[in-house]
Design a protein. Structure first.
Length: 340
């Protein structure tokens, strides 16, 4: 294949990437967060690098489509999967904050906050009954902002940011309840992967709660005793809800295995990683040390799932490249045999 044909094939392949591909960044980013929480720094930084490269590619595609294909951009912006742009950005920002790169984390928070209202409004307008698991991304994106806001509030001792994160935390829970009324329960056994976001939403909500609890200090004094008690109870309840969803979804996968690769499987990996990160963070926030062991087990399950889905993605890309190469070769053959 010539260089021009290869470039054309690459562009054609990239043009087919749906908005749901943002879940790959979310999944890789949260796995990096989990590995950092458990002390596996080298693996965490490798995952962070992969997530950053994928995020840059998707961000460039986001801008190109906005400028060159505005109609397509507007159509895709109305899908729930469009909110992966916000969620992925907040996950990366949270990981950067853990490396003490606060200015970069703050820049990503500002970017996500800029995108969030318009995308959320557009997406919610298109909600209807019997929707797939992606409907919960409204909650996930909102809680992603709460997580990053609370993380930065703790790092920078900024009270107003913590209070803003608390508002987003409660709003995210409202969005979860509304999404639950729109979710099609049949997706639990029929979904192609994004049904797991039904459990990922309470997981990131529990993580947001843990970050809000951890942000409090003698210097800031964010919450009084009553507010702190409510926040702790709700956070623990969210983790229990997340683990209940986890069990139900695992049983559904066993009853009806879906082993064929689908890009929406990245939306399975994200809740797996988020459940691990939430368990580890809640364990620290409410001082329940025995949760650390299960949290690490859940993390390695998420890592294994990430590897399995990554292998599926590579195989799909190779199959596409082979098909594109064969088509290009056939086109070249027809051109060379055409009468002159």
């Amino acid at each position: 294949m010539s260089g021009t044909s290869a470039l054309r094939s690459l562009r054609a392949w990239w043009a087919l990437r749906p908005p749901a591909a943002g879940a790959a960044v979310m999944a890789t980013g949260i796995v990096s967060v989990g590995l950092h929480l458990t002390g596996y720094e080298v693996l965490s930084l490798i995952a962070l690098t992969i997530a950053c490269l994928a995020w840059l590619g998707l961000a460039a595609d986001f801008v190109v489509r906005l400028l060159r294909q505005p109609e397509r951009w507007r159509k895709e912006a109305g899908t729930s999967a469009a909110l992966t742009a916000v969620a992925a950005t907040t996950v990366l920002g949270t990981r950067f904050s853990a490396e003490d790169w606060q200015p970069l984390a703050a820049a990503l928070l500002a970017l996500a906050a800029l995108l969030w209202p318009g995308l959320l409004h557009t997406v919610v307008r298109h909600w209807h009954r019997r929707m797939p698991g992606a409907v919960f991304l409204g909650c996930v994106a909102t809680q992603g902002l709460a997580v990053l806001g609370a993380t930065l509030a703790a790092a920078e001792s900024t009270a107003w940011l913590a209070h803003a994160a608390l508002v987003l935390f409660w709003l995210g829970l409202v969005l979860y309840v509304v999404a639950l009324t729109r979710f099609d329960p049949r997706q639990v056994v029929e979904g192609a992967g994004d049904q797991w976001v039904a459990g990922g939403a309470p997981a990131i909500s529990a993580l947001a709660g843990a970050k809000l609890i951890a942000a409090d200090s003698a210097r800031l004094y964010l919450w009084n005793n009553d507010a702190d008690d409510v926040l702790r109870r709700v956070t623990v309840a969210l983790l229990v809800l997340d683990l209940a969803w986890y069990a139900v979804l695992v049983v559904a996968e066993v009853i009806r295995p879906r082993t064929r690769y689908d890009v929406r499987r990245w939306a399975t990996v994200f809740p797996l990683g988020m459940t691990a990160a939430a368990t580890l963070s809640v364990a620290a926030a409410v001082d329940v040390s025995w949760l650390e062991g299960p949290g690490e087990v859940l993390l390695w399950i998420a890592v294994a799932a990430w590897l399995a889905v990554a292998v599926g993605a590579v195989r799909e890309e190779r199959a596409y490249a082979s098909a594109a190469s064969a088509a290009s070769a056939g086109e070249a053959g027809l051109t060379s045999t055409a009468p002159r």
